[in-house]
Design a protein around this ligand. Sequence first.
Ligand code: PGA
Length: 234
Amino acid sequence: MKKLFLVANWKSNKTVSEAHSFMISFLNRDFITWMHSQDTDTNGNKQIVICPSFTLLAELDKLIKQHAPSFLLSLGAQNMSPFDKGPYTGEESAAQISEFAKYVILGHSERRLNFKETDQQVEEKVAIARKYQLEPIVCVQGKNTPVPQGVHIVAYEPLDAISTGQVGEPASPERAEEVAHFLKHERHIPYVLYGGSVDPSNVRQYTSLESINGVLIGGASLDPVSFSQIIQNA
Ligand code: PGA
């Protein structure tokens, strides 16, 4: 059975109280029952990851420990300092993030575009993430984006597929499969995710593809009902 990562990228959304309300609704009784059944039935391959802002990590970590099985639901960050801990004002280090998160999204196109993040910085961040046992999820915009050595999870996110971008048109499943196949076989990436305008109605088109091991979801992950539908439909 293939492993599926269902990764929510909340971007710069939600206050602590909004994140709290999301979790109470998301982890409702039906969903908890469904999640507890996952280690035995055919859906036991799903790994849910929520990547909120740094300000929300501690609160969500507390709620998850109280209410959800950690083998199924864990946290990720959306970025990380390229430096180790130390005198770097305004940056969150891998050591700090790893107190709460197992994963970190690196090289998202919004960081490359708005904060001029470079391939070189992504490579440096991957090395520091590894030092602190954080699993990087490296975003690539196409076949030509370099992937640093030792990365296990890559998200293929074509620029014009992201809902906040200029087009917001999801990639065709054929295109997603072609790029994912290339990343798996030519770049030797074990897990390739697709991201860009994923929603409950189209998620299965991607997760059923041979080379795709999950999805990175932006807008549709902000609503607890739509995010749980995505997870169940995947
Ligand atoms: P979207 O964002 O699902 O809102 O298109 C995806 C992403 O930017 O990771």
